[in-house]
Design a protein around this ligand. Structure first.
Ligand code: ATP
Ligand code: MG
Length: 311
């Protein structure tokens, strides 16, 4: 089972219109609600690919329950802390004429010390033993920025493996607690090490420091260019096939989910990397905020290429 932590989930309201004309009334062509947030996306993909997953984080009030219902319908086990304040709702508008989107991201509810302590108690005493806990996404303003490091310490001292997908300070502070796995994209990786990286060798060189420090697996994802995955013994460059891209929203979360599922199934990191690239590309194929479909994943698996690179 893969357990995901999303501290600031969102009930995403996706709206499709022909075009946006200011000062005019705009007719909505279609609208749909989605359970959103990075860990939640990963849980949804784990389910699509046939794995077991439980999602935690904070959910509150009407939008929180709506989000939970959506996840239950998809077969994700929910283990959220219920809070008094209302879960945020982000609005994403897709314009069909110009094929653009505008996203309005809300800050999210205040998390009280009581809420935070409840989550910590839950995570310290997990009922079932996950193969991995994935901590992903942004941290609500009312929580200390060091929270990911604290969660990683707690989980690791209980013998639970942890993957971290974050950016900026949540990533750099989280890395100090030595999660078992990190998956920055190339820009997040550059911010983590404080300089731009261009070649595969530069990525491996910079990543080695973290591996020597105790992080076991590093995946650096690079959009259409694929990903590099390495541990202390091996490194691979994984390249997805050229596809007709619809929307890459959620590609990284899908790649993360598939990689962890591969590890849970006992696969080596090159095969996990191939699964990650197929899931990420599958999500890029689907429109809007939709995530990978199982049939696309199965087909793309055979089209991903993998080559070893020397460490
Ligand atoms: N345009 C694309 N064509 C093919 N594969 C893609 C494309 N975009 C992403 N992928 C696949 O998905 C993986 C993850 O994508 P990406 O590097 O964009 O993650 P990310 O920046 O973390 O995304 P997110 O916004 O979901 O956090 C890539 O390594 C690649 O294998
Ligand atoms: Mg990402």
């Amino acid at each position: 089972m893969i357990y995901t932590v999303t501290l600031n989930p969102s009930l995403d309201r996706v709206i499709w219109v022909d075009e946006i004309k200011p000062d005019d009334s705009i007719r909505i062509k279609a609208e749909k609600h989605y359970a959103g947030g990075k860990g939640i996306d990963a849980s949804r993909v784990v389910r699509t690919l046939g794995g077991d997953t439980t999602a935690t984080g904070f959910l509150g009030s009407f939008t929180g329950l709506h989000l939970e219902g959506l996840l239950i319908n998809e077969g994700v086990t929910c283990d959220f802390v219920k809070i008094a304040n209302e879960t945020r709702s982000n609005v994403i508008i897709f314009t069909q004429k110009s094929k653009e989107h505008i996203a309005f991201n809300s800050k999210g509810p205040e998390i009280t010390p009581y809420d935070l302590a409840t989550l910590f108690n839950k995570i310290t005493n997990l009922a079932s033993r996950p193969s991995f806990v994935l901590i992903a996404g942004s941290i609500p303003n009312s929580i200390n920025i060091n929270i990911y490091a604290q969660l990683i310490h707690t989980l690791k001292s209980n013998g639970v493996k942890v993957a971290l997908d974050a950016d900026n300070e949540p990533l750099s502070l989280g890395v100090k607690a030595k999660p078992n796995l990190i998956k920055p994209n190339i820009y997040e990786f550059a911010r983590l090490i404080g300089k731009k990286v261009e070649t595969d060798q530069e990525i491996l060189e910079a990543g080695k420091v973290f591996i020597e420090d105790g992080i076991e697996i590093i995946i650096v994802s690079m959009g259409a260019a694929g990903l590099i995955v390495f541990d202390k013994e091996k490194a691979y460059k994984i390249i997805p096939p050229k596809i007709e891209v619809n929307s890459t929203i959620g590609s990284g979360d899908s790649a993360m989910a598939a990689f962890l599922l591969g590890l849970e199934q006992g696969k080596p990191i090159d095969e996990c990397g191939i699964m990650a690239a197929a899931a990420g590309a599958g999500t890029a194929l689907t429109p809007g905020v939709d995530l990978v479909r199982k049939e696309d994943f199965n087909r793309l698996l055979k089209e991903v290429s993998c080559q070893p690179i020397s460490l």
